[in-house]
Design a protein around this ligand. Structure first.
Ligand code: NDP
Length: 400
């Protein structure tokens, strides 16, 4: 570690849901963790409060105008924090020598470059930004290996799987003896909603997740089951298992965060209250264990744990992601980009909920997969899918 016994941490996406949960855990352990850098998009006010509270040496906003505002706020409050602006500055703080661990918690494709920078710099990479793995999986895994980075999954499901695997597991390589990975899904707020009503649900209803408090994009992804689809792709890459050995189970209670079945019939699971501070604390302290502020699991109070198969007819986004996982190459990048455009359009009122998977399917059926030889291939597939998705959105009526 860079200074004494404390671990220097950079949080990319610090103003978001995962970012704030990370700061909550760090605040409980000033003897172990030290905030070195904070990064976000344009929320200058919240980033300033965080930088002041944690005496962060660096703060970055991708938006240059917002970074100027941040500079003014911090100077007026007498803070010594160095303010940087722009996308490159996020890569810079992910690579600082005084940073040991990088929490990659920017939402969407915007997190890709800084996630790759942390991997290249050989950091402990705490990966919440699942989109970067979905888009550029083989490239990111290769960069992790080449850079000597330590990859620790933050998504609660993958963190659960990681906890159920042998200690010496190599990222991207399935350990011997594994039969299947079982990913659990809460099912989101519309699990029992009639197919016809899905066209009428509002963004606020879609973002009201029954068990987890999260950012709006991932909340919509949870409601369409695309989140589970992205996690399906993520699981194949992180644990080196083919798609046919990953199964999705709807588990309404969100208590069993995922399971690993071994060849001898043993099934190991990780359980806990649905609170992101558990996987965050696990990854921050790994291989040690520290307190996270999460309440103890009261199984008597929970009473029943239910499991059921997902309905791919009402929630086709999961099927589309599974198909993209099987095809590989740039296919998942196209899926991710089409999803980001469709979700943004839904949140802005330009698309109804049921049209989200329809737009993604239109993009997928009019484009083909290419090989990933480098970042340019990923970015080209991403850009092309965004243009196509936008072209499918414009002519649609919201209340079709
Ligand atoms: P939020 O929407 O709550 O926060 C997003 C963060 O990303 C904010 O800090 C935002 O900054 C920043 N950001 C957005 N766009 C850019 C950009 N162009 N450049 C730089 N920063 C940007 O998201 P969540 O915390 O919910 O999710 C973050 C990631 O973690 C996602 O990939 C999600 O899938 C994953 N994840 C989230 C979980 C959760 O419980 N929330 C669980 C598991 C995974 P600003 O505030 O300035 O806009």
């Amino acid at each position: 570690m860079s200074t004494g016994q404390t671990m220097g941490v950079a949080i990319l996406g610090s103003t978001g849901s995962v970012g704030e949960h990370t700061l909550d855990v760090i605040a409980r352990h000033p003897d172990r963790f030290r905030v070195v850098a904070l990064g976000a998009h344009r929320n200058a006010e919240k980033l300033a409060e965080q930088a002041l509270r944690f005496s962060a040496p660096y703060a970055v906003l991708a938006d240059t105008g917002a970074a100027r505002r941040l500079e003014q706020i911090l100077r007026s409050r007498g803070a010594k924090t160095r303010v940087l602006a722009g996308v490159e500055a996020l890569e810079e703080i992910a690579s600082l020598p005084e940073v040991d661990s990088v929490m990659a918690a920017i939402v969407g494709a915007a997190g890709l470059r800084s996630t790759l920078a942390a991997a290249r710099a050989g950091k402990r990479l705490l990966l919440a930004n699942k989109e970067s793995l979905v888009m550029a999986g083989p490239l990111l895994m290769q960069t992790v290996r080449a850079g000597g980075a330590t990859l620790l999954p933050i998504d609660s499901e993958h963190n659960a799987v990681f906890q159920c695997l042998p200690r010496n597991t190599v990222p991207g390589e399935a350990p011997a003896g594994i039969k299947r990975i079982l990913l659990t899904a809460s099912g989101g707020p519309f699990l029992d909603t009639d197919g016809a009503r899905l066209a009428k649900v509002t963004p606020d209803e879609a973002c009201a997740h029954p068990n987890w408090v999260m950012g709006r994009k991932i909340s919509v992804d949870s409601a369409t089951l695309m989140n589970k689809g992205l996690e399906f792709i993520e699981a194949c890459l992180l644990f080196g298992v083919p798609p046919e050995r990953v199964e999705v189970l709807i588990h309404r209670e969100s208590i069993v965060h995922s399971l690993v079945e071994y060849l001898d019939g043993s099934v190991l699971a990780q359980l806990g209250a649905p609170d992101m501070r558990t996987p965050i604390a696990h990854a921050l302290a790994w291989p040690d264990r520290v307190s996270s502020g999460v309440e103890s699991l009261d199984l008597v109070k929970v009473g029943t744990l239910r499991f059921e198969a997902p309905d791919l007819k009402r929630f086709p986004a999961l099927r589309l992601a599974q198909e993209a996982a099987r095809e590989g190459g740039t296919r998942p990048a196209s899926l991710n980009a089409a999803n980001e455009v469709a979700v943004a359009a839904f949140l802005e009122g330009g698309l109804n909920f049921a049209q989200i998977p329809a737009v993604i399917e239109s993009v997928m059926s009019t484009s083909s997969a290419g090989e990933i030889r480098g970042l340019d291939d990923v970015l080209a597939a991403d850009a092309e899918a965004r243009v196509r998705a936008a072209s499918f959105i414009r002519p649609r009526a919201v209340h079709a």
